[in-house]
Write a protein that binds this ligand. Structure first.
Ligand code: ZN
Length: 131
């Protein structure tokens, strides 16, 4: 089975969403589930230990080309998520997407369109878009 489109997922969420039909409720759930994603990542570091965070100041070499710059900019992550933590983080991301979809539904926003527009912005702005 292939992954459903964002629109199909949004429709599915809309059908399931009986308990959280209030926008206010959905807003607070979105915030809460976002915090849970961060918490799952933090637990991978502090409780499991499969990944480590070694944060240092980012240094950019202005003379470097984009590919070099990408390699020099550290992610500060050492290691890889173990199977358990990957499952936990993925599941929290899914929950977060659920509530984001619910919010989009209540405000009549199509996520397919959102992703499309954002993707266009990314290709226009290029590598440093997110800085
Ligand atoms: Zn782990």
């Amino acid at each position: 089975m292939s992954a459903p489109s964002l629109q199909a997922f949004q429709d599915q969420v809309s059908e399931l969403l009986l308990r959280h039909r209030s926008l206010l409720d959905v807003l607070s759930k979105t915030g809460q589930s976002n915090a849970s994603v961060n918490r799952a990542v933090t637990k991978a570091i502090t409780e499991c230990g499969c990944i480590e965070l070694h944060a240092t100041k980012q240094s950019f070499d202005m003379g470097a080309d984009l590919e070099q710059a990408k390699q020099l900019a550290g992610t500060h992550v050492n290691g890889q998520l173990c199977e358990n933590c990957r499952e936990a983080v993925s599941s929290e991301i899914g929950r977060n997407l659920f509530y984001l979809s619910a919010m989009a539904n209540l405000l009549d926003i199509q996520l397919d369109e959102v992703v499309d527009k954002e993707s266009q912005k990314c290709s226009t702005l290029g590598l440093f878009n997110l800085s």
